[in-house]
Design a protein around this ligand. Structure first.
Ligand code: SF4
Length: 476
């Protein structure tokens, strides 16, 4: 098969998949084979750090050790495709490849988000997905073209959102056609029955992300009666089939206690989730409820809970904001990610509904080179303190300036209010100030030494790091 010969980012994905499948049945308690394989793949200082981290993590029988056992129990197709692709792209992404494209002035994003349809099978409180019709969906041809162009640039990881992606008819056709890359899709789970779980493991390259808001009370309050039980049933079907899947949470000031509790995490592990995502509730338009944004203390509670789960539980947690020190700050604008909506508008981040380019009128490479994205990338990282990574809520003046200077247009009705309504702007400014006061001491105590590695590990020029440090020291 063509994919067997494929070398991706300098790594042979098929060989990694084969290695995982061979190892799975004979994996000893010390995971020596896996650790040696990781060490053998490390070509750069960043890879070496990743391999060292894996070695340390798997030596903990409660977290990494137990996690690897869970991972190896997945269906062989999933190990061969999704898990192998993730190992290559998350742990061993080749910065020489990235550099080559960067020099050609096209940044290859590590991951790409696409919302081909805004339609949904649910009618949640405050959500206007029900207003969309099928005619507004992205065509199969457009989605196929976007993914093909992104693959040519070096992207191997695609995230499908909506709406509910499972109501988008050509979804499985896309998964099948692009079986040489990894996909995730965010879903309420209602349509995942046993048959669909079986199709997903047959494909092997797809990981559903089942969204819940916490336990039954929190989930049904937002998504309607029965939503939690349907999500749990989807997880049961996926686990029984051997499919890799995650859970996804929008953390708010109201559900933070539930979603950071041991009971909740233990339930997700019992249900079979291999990893999970924490996203913060974000203001995206004039209707956003600012009181739902987690306070600085709550945001820190999430950071501490994530770290605790990583050392105590057999699950991999990703905290989209508090993990920013690992990526050298915000990844928007194609630095490592971008979003394309159902109309084709190319947005720097899923939470920023502004664009200067539409994919129906330009190539992906042109959109990545556009003034809006270039401006946002040139400013990154937005602070020396990467625990305050975000130009939307931690440094709002940056996104306001980027929009004003590049003439970016709102891609969704009311998105402009976040940048023009004095009341919303004042609330975000106040939030940013509180975040600064709370997180600067945390940064200095626990993370500041990481900044010295940015140049080597993340290709952030020394000059940029020094400029951010000087600004940070000046702001006091
Ligand atoms: S803009 Fe904010 S939410 Fe988006 S990637 Fe950057 S830090 Fe994350």
């Amino acid at each position: 098969m063509a994919e067997d010969k494929e070398k991706d980012q300098g790594l042979d994905i098929s060989a990694i998949g084969q290695m995982l499948m061979t190892m799975a049945p004979s994996m000893g308690p010390e995971f020596g084979g896996l650790v040696s394989a990781f060490m053998g793949m490390a070509k750069t200082e960043q890879h070496q750090l990743s391999a060292d981290w894996v070695k340390k993590w798997v030596s903990n029988p409660n977290s990494g050790g137990a996690f690897i056992k869970r991972l190896m129990a997945l269906h062989p197709n999933v190990l061969k495709k999704f898990v192998a692709q993730m190992m290559a792209n998350v742990f061993f992404r080749d910065h020489d490849v990235i550099k080559k494209y960067t020099e050609a002035k096209v940044q290859p994003p590590g991951l790409m988000l696409i919302s081909p349809s805004m339609r949904c099978n649910y009618k949640c409180v405050g959500c206007y997905a029900s207003q969309y019709s099928k005619d507004e969906d992205m065509s199969f041809e457009s989605l196929d073209r976007i993914i093909t162009e992104a693959k040519e640039l070096g992207t191997r990881f695609f995230i499908i959102l909506g709406g509910e992606p499972l109501v988008y008819r050509p979804l499985f056709e896309i998964f099948e056609k692009h079986n040489d890359v990894a996909f995730q899709f965010y879903t309420n789970g209602a349509l995942i029955d046993k048959e669909m779980a079986r199709r997903l493991v047959e494909l092997g390259n797809v990981a559903p992300q089942v969204s819940v808001e916490g336990f039954e009370e929190e989930t049904d309050e937002r998504r309607g009666k029965g939503a939690f039980n349907r999500a749990m049933r989807a997880m049961d079907n996926l686990r029984e089939a051997g499919c890799v899947f995650a859970f996804s949470i929008t953390v708010t000031s109201r559900n933070i206690d539930a979603v950071t509790s041991d009971e909740f995490m233990d339930l997700m592990i019992e249900k079979g989730a291999i990893y999970g995502w924490y996203f913060l509730y974000m203001p995206v338009d004039g209707d956003s409820d600012m009181s739902l944004m987690p306070t600085p203390e709550q945001r820190d509670k999430l950071r501490k809970a994530t770290n605790r789960f990583r050392s105590e539980k057999p699950i991999l947690m990703v905290d989209f904001w508090n993990d920013a020190p690992l990526t050298g700050g915000c990844i928007n604008g194609g630095r490592n990610y971008l979003h394309i909506n159902h109309k084709g508008d190319v947005e720097p981040c899923i939470f920023c509904h502004f664009a200067t380019h539409n994919i129906n009128d330009c190539s992906l490479a042109d959109a990545l080179k556009g003034s809006f994205f270039a401006h946002l990338r040139a400013e990154q990282p937005y602070s020396y303190n990467t625990l305050r990574p975000c130009p939307l809520i931690d440094h709002p003046h940056i996104m306001r300036e980027a929009i004003a200077k590049t003439g970016a247009y709102p891609t969704h009705n009311g998105a402009e209010n976040v940048y023009t309504d004095p009341k919303i702007m004042a609330e975000i400014d106040k939030y940013a100030l509180e975040i600064k006061k709370y997180f600067n001491p945390v940064w200095e105590e626990e993370y500041a030494h990481w900044a010295g590695k940015w140049e080597t590990l993340l290709n952030i020029p020394v000059k940029q790091v020094e400029a951010r440090k000087a600004e940070y020291e000046k702001e006091g």
